[in-house]
Design a protein around this ligand. Sequence first.
Ligand code: MN
Length: 425
Amino acid sequence: MAPHSPLDLADDDPFGPHHLPYGVFSALAEPGGPGRPGGAGRRRIGVRYGDHVLDLGAAAEALGSPHAALLAGPTLNPLLAAGRPVWQAVRAQARAWLTGPEHRRAVAPLLRPLADAALHLPFEVADYVDFYASEHHATNVSTIFRPNAPALPPPWKHLPIGYHGRAGTVVVSGTPVVRPRGQYRGGAAGPVAGPTRRLDFEAEVGFVVGAPSSHGRPVPLTALRDHVFGVCLLNDWSARDVQAWESQPLGPFLGKSFATSVAAWVTPLDALDAARTAPPPRDTPPLPYLDDSAAEPGGLDLALEVAVNGHTVSRPPFSSMYWTAAQQLAHLTANGASLRTGDLFASGTVSGPRPEERGCLLELTWGGREPLRLPGGERTFLEDGDEVTLRATAPGPDGTRLSLGEVTGRVLPALPEGPGADGAA
Ligand code: MN
């Protein structure tokens, strides 16, 4: 066995042969290219293996895969559209190439250190929906914003509440987030416009739709695996002052649409079989189309972690989510709305029952009333220069663990007001 080959991973590597998440990368030092992060070389589909990325398109070409055409482009969308039997075949092939001794000579040159790769948005986002599926989060938010109202809105335990977000502002991990401007409640003189004073993160899990569905044909909750390709961590950046002023009665609009960050790596749903777990007991029986009592366990035992400037501020458990991805998919198609390849739906903020498991600053600081103490100073909401990173681990097969790709982003100061400000920085 050759020493130091990227093909020789430790058994407990969280990006080992049991994981194999997909992404899109380009070379940082492409011949003839400027070599800057974010777009120098040609974009290629890759599979993460340890701290390397396998050029999957090149491997498929070199090793003669029948699916090479799906893997040759700059996004995952053709693979996503191909459906589950092809996803399984490509995954099995990638695993065989990375672990089979007979493929070492061909595959080793196609592995690139992650340090030499720029990572891009892995798929073209079609429609984006964000849910509100944590009972602990929904209860806390209601209590903070509407202390005299019931803890949960009347429909909350009858359907997974969601809203349509803005697909065009989904950005890949590492993309800076400019502090948005907006309108929010002022003093007696009325509302004011300006940079948000209450910029927040929301720790969430995103589900990436592969195979589309027909218009007019609801997707049953038993069909999750036929349509959802995989999972990625997601930060639903939120301007709380803008959101609080604009949201009654239609829900979030500009308070959320300025940016949503996703991880650069999509973990196939098939890699998370060992993470499946029963959702928390429901005290309100759901209607038949949402009743999962006879289905396979729909929860996922993902252990999330939120860090602000490198300091862990929360550890939200995804296993505590009341509504599952399968129920969310069934609900969002229940009226006949169709799925498109590249649709992204997110879980909603993941908050567990304990204070240290809350998935956003709104809850962690209880509406700004209880500042967090961080090594760099107190925080109620995010300041310019702050960096937020979400990570997660999950059980893999045979006692292994895998790590979802992280999602990180740094807050940049708001742009100056007025026309002509675009590009002034
Ligand atoms: Mn959200």
